[in-house]
Design a protein around this ligand. Structure first.
Ligand code: TRP
Length: 454
């Protein structure tokens, strides 16, 4: 089954950049600051950090281990360990597909904004109106969606070390550099301290079960867990890598990026007396308003959208690589064929997602009595149902099918301290993950409130 198009990482640094690149994305830059803004600021941040430490590390190590042990794509990895369980991997590949379809639409919006800032910024006095007009128009977002998908295709065509790794090694350090510059600018604005306090000092009166569940969902999406991205990336690793230390470094970098994003965005929002809870509009409507009144705002705006683009592109390539890796291993396709076919498919599903923000008004009443458009259905179905399901399956699979002895043996290969955290990992994987996932799932589907009778 070995295919010359499979490939492997060129260096440890390259792998870390690629994996951190997958994790750090729109989830960190857009969603995290806005979720913190809406859910008690510091309380959300503290709960989020706790979950990353208790579960993020565990899940990440679990996925990397399955990948490296089998050296196969997400579907065949599970199938190789037990022929009955390929379906777990299959669900993950499908999930990746659906995420990429709408992720690429948003990636396209980011490219449009870069272009706009090259031309001098969003000139429209009503920035939020400008954003809404743009995303609801039928044709223009499709052009940017195609362009973003094209960039993703181009990088993944280059393969593991020559494409994904190379792009990540360039984009990720620049992303951090730009993010630090913008955070410093934001923190030195008069009135910035209000935003810092809001972001970092927990307001426990706003804490409730809903905040806990939102934080868990966010950990999942932000760390790229639950659909085999890390199984796939782990499958390109050699046996001599220390998996536990990688499973620590990647979430640490992802969390650093999320905190920096919060410190880049919220202090500026407060300094200019704007609303922190504007949802998708926070990045595309509120920030452009701030950039338009800030000295040198045009340059900061351009830098900001370029860094968001780097974040989005290094995530979208990891999403595309999941089905591509399956095409290469299981179908015997060349990388080129797999990349082209799967990109075009994602592009097509994304057309429907993009149009559903504007001309295509069909509503779906899927777990939502008020109805959602197709774009929101894709987001909802993947983040709130399919990813937690993937996490739950991984835990059950390791506990009941693969077994901890096999997993430990794989992790100990290359582990410098003979996997000192094995006891913690087992407890967390066997009990913590299913408990949390059950809670997320019940809450997200609205079943929890029915059970609690609210
Ligand atoms: N983690 C990325 C973000 O924060 C998105 C992403 C990439 C992702 N690959 C994933 C999310 C796999 C879930 C699963 O934007």
């Amino acid at each position: 089954m070995e295919n010359k198009d499979r490939g492997s990482w060129g260096s440890k640094f390259g792998f870390i950049m690629a994996a951190a690149g997958s994790a750090i994305g729109l989830g960190n830059l857009w969603k995290f600051p806005y979720l913190a803004g809406e859910n008690g600021g510091g309380a959300f941040v503290v709960v989020y950090l706790g979950i990353v430490i208790l579960l993020g590390f565990t899940m990440m190590l679990g996925e990397l281990t399955v990948g490296r042990a089998t050296k196969l794509n997400q579907y065949n990895a599970y199938k190789k360990i037990n022929p009955k369980f390929g379906f777990i991997g299959g669900i993950g590949i499908l999930t990746g597909f659906l995420i990429l379809s709408f992720y690429s639409v948003v990636g396209g919006w980011v490219m449009k904004y870069i272009f706009q800032y090259i031309l001098g910024g969003v000139k429209d006095a009503d920035k939020m109106g400008y954003f809404v007009n743009f995303i609801t128009s039928p044709v223009e977002p499709l052009f940017w969606h195609a362009l973003f998908m094209g960039v993703t295709l181009f990088i993944v065509l280059g393969g593991i070390s020559g494409g994904i790794e190379k792009a990540s090694k360039i984009m990720m350090p620049l992303l951090f550099l730009f993010l630090i510059i913008i955070a410093v600018r934001s923190l030195t604005l008069p009135g910035a301290m209000e935003g810092v306090k809001y972001f970092l000092i927990p307001n426990w009166s706003e804490f409730n079960l809903d905040v806990l569940v939102k934080a868990m969902g966010q950990v999942f999406f932000s760390l790229s867990l639950g659909m085999g991205t890390l199984v796939t990336y782990g499958s390109y690793l050699e046996g001599r890598e220390d998996l536990p230390s990688n499973a620590f470094t990647i979430p640490a970098l992802d969390t650093l990026a999320a905190l920096l994003a919060g410190l880049a965005i919220l202090p500026a929002v407060f300094a200019f007396g704007m609303e922190p809870g504007a949802g998708p509009g926070l990045m595309f409507g509120t920030l452009p308003r701030i950039f338009s009144v800030m000295p040198l705002g045009g340059i900061f705006g351009l830098m900001f959208f370029i860094l968001v683009f780097f974040a989005a592109a290094t995530s979208s390539i990891s999403l595309l690589e999941v089905p591509v890796s399956w095409g290469i291993d299981a179908l015997g396709w060349s990388r080129k064929k797999a990349v082209v076919i799967f990109s075009v498919l994602c592009f097509i599903i994304g057309i429907a997602a993009s149009l559903s923000n504007g001309p295509w008004t069909q509503k779906f009443y899927f777990f939502n009595p008020d109805g959602q458009n197709f774009f929101d259905v894709l987001d909802y179905l993947t983040s709130n149902i399919l990813l937690p399901l993937g996490g739950l399956f991984l835990s059950l699979f390791i506990t009941f099918v693969w077994g901890y002895d096999n997993a430990f043996a794989e992790i100990r290969k290359g582990s410098k301290n003979n996997f000192a955290l094995s006891g913690f990992w087992k407890l967390s994987m066997m009990i913590g993950v299913p408990l949390m996932m059950a809670l997320v799932f019940l809450q997200q589907t609205g079943l929890l409130s029915k059970i609690l009778g609210q």
